[in-house]
Design a protein around this ligand. Structure first.
Ligand SMILES: [Zn+2]
Length: 99
């Protein structure tokens, strides 16, 4: 188990909590990116479960909260701003590291 307090390098869950399948970059989508708070959607190809992850940046550092979601990918396509490329996630990592 990883220590949730050690978020150095934004090492939030990149494996499916249900089946341990490692997420591909295509499986990670940014749903929302507000000041200090980013909502990610992680979809597992193997067991079809999906996880919502909220990453918060604040004075105490980076906190990530993940929860099993019942949102399916089709729903995401209807949502605005759901087509952000993985490069933007990398940009976000750089942004967070530089803070
Ligand atoms: Zn899975």
């Amino acid at each position: 188990m990883s220590n949730p307090n050690q978020t150095a390098g934004m090492q939030f869950a990149t494996k499916c909590p249900m089946c341990d399948f490692k997420y591909d970059k295509d499986d990670i989508k940014i749903m929302n990116n507000k000041e200090g708070m980013t909502t990610l959607y992680l979809g597992c190809k193997r067991c079809k479960s999906s996880v919502m992850m909220v990453v918060m940046t604040g004075a105490m550092g980076i906190t990530s909260v993940s929860m099993i979601s019942d949102v399916v990918e089709d729903d995401l396509k209807k949502m605005e701003g759901s087509c952000i490329e993985y490069d933007d996630v990398l940009e976000m990592h750089k942004f967070l590291k530089n803070k």
